[in-house]
Design a protein around this ligand. Structure first.
Ligand code: NAD
Ligand code: IPM
Ligand code: MN
Length: 350
């Protein structure tokens, strides 16, 4: 019986995670779920955003399903010492699991172009995979400080860190259209110069069948929404990937349609890319599609059950047509949408 650790967290996290678990129970009744604390609620309950009990539960987990962490802008959590803040709990979790590659697919399913604010001819058929480096760069470098009127962070990467995430991108591209765009700021930053050199060298040594090109992050920010079909796999460092993937959420039409899989050394971590959405938390109206599709990625990448993953993704597409949520201009609340997914899973393919 595979053990899935669930970490619902803060804000809409518990609402969307409950929906994802409901769907998982339907397609994989043998899964065993164990819920633990993370983020602000974990700090409130245990004085730590990533408590030891949660850390221990990961040891024999087959996969981890995360909701969201964090509070509103005026939350007292934002004035805690940084290591005690909800977001630090999430970063510590990613580090503990060794999840260095965050796969963030951006897809417009056939027949769902109308959910995008882009012209239908631009949104149609978009299928991008953003591979975001998740354990390095400014997020984790310890050379950081705020002191009086001066503050700094350090963006540092080493060749092994670049190579392992680039490998993941090349591997993914091999099962797709075979094209990788590496995104950097090599015209300004030394760290990008190293990134570009190492990604290119790895391609030339081991992945000759992959078509690799390099683009600057500012230009990609424009092109990804004005001509999204030019991209297959995008690989980039931690902060650039964070920003570009929220931007890319515009293409399918909502952050609520953006799942992710964080992969690396051990058990995978599966999480929607959106935050705790304090403006709608507790109202029962959050779009659970990103969490449900993250559960599908858990089945595909974490448990190697692609058939069940496909079944969920197909049902989500049908539900989005029948019962769009409010973030997509529809009326469905979380429950109505989740029920539509469950119902669609029962309908025959075709
Ligand atoms: P956010 O992603 O929470 O919300 C941005 C906007 O998108 C809001 O208007 C929100 O209502 C909407 N939205 C997001 N997800 C939605 C969904 N599933 N359905 C419908 N609407 C949705 O970003 P924010 O407001 O900048 O951050 C809020 C908190 O979340 C902060 O504390 C931040 O640090 C945290 N955060 C956590 C994660 C995570 O846990 N992985 C990711 C991003 C932000
Ligand atoms: C995300 C979030 C996190 C990140 C925060 C909450 C630490 O924005 O998962 O995209 O920046 O990685
Ligand atoms: Mn983010």
């Amino acid at each position: 019986m595979p053990k899935i650790v669930t970490l619902p967290g803060d804000g809409i996290g518990p609402e969307v995670t409950a929906a994802a678990v409901e769907v998982l129970r339907e397609v994989a009744p043998d899964l065993q779920f164990e819920e633990h604390a993370i983020g602000g609620m974990a700090y409130d309950a245990h004085g730590d955003p990533f408590p030891q009990r949660t850390r221990d539960a990961l040891l024999d987990a087959d996969a981890v399903l995360l909701g969201t962490v964090g509070g509103p802008q005026n939350s007292p959590w934002n004035s805690l010492p940084r290591p005690m803040r909800p977001e630090s709990g999430l970063l510590a979790l990613r580090k503990a699991l060794g999840c260095y590659a965050n796969l963030r697919p951006v897809r417009v399913q056939p027949g769902l172009e109308h959910l995008s604010p882009l012209k239908p001819e631009l949104a149609r058929g978009v299928d991008i995979l953003i591979v975001r480096e998740l354990l390095g760069g400014v997020y984790f470098d310890q050379d950081r400080k705020i002191d009086g009127d001066t503050a700094y962070n350090t963006m540092r990467y080493t060749t092994p860190e670049v190579e392992r995430v680039a490998r993941m991108a090349f591997w993914a591209a091999e099962q797709r259209k075979g094209r990788v765009t590496s995104v950097d700021k090599a015209n300004v930053l030394e760290v990008s110069e190293l990134w570009r050199r190492d990604v290119q060298a790895l391609r030339d040594r081991e992945y000759r069948s992959i078509h690799l090109n390099h683009e600057y992050v500012d230009s990609v920010a424009m092109l990804i929404v004005s001509d999204p079909s030019r991209y297959d796999v995008i690989v980039t460092e931690n902060l650039f990937g964070d920003i570009l993937s929220d931007l890319a959420a515009v293409i399918p039409g909502s952050l609520g349609l953006m799942p992710s899989a964080s992969l690396g050394d051990g058990a995978g971590l599966f999480e929607p890319i959106h935050g705790s959405a304090p403006d709608i938390a507790g109202k029962g109206i959050a779009n659970p599609a990103a969490a449900i599709m993250s559960a599908a990625m858990l089945l595909r990448h974490g448990l190697k059950r692609s058939d069940a993953a496909n079944q969920i993704e197909r049902a989500v597409a049908l539900a989005l047509r029948a019962e769009p949520t409010r973030d997509l201009g529809g009326k469905a609340d979380t429950k109505t949408f989740t029920n539509a997914v469950l119902e669609a899973m029962g309908t025959p393919v075709g």
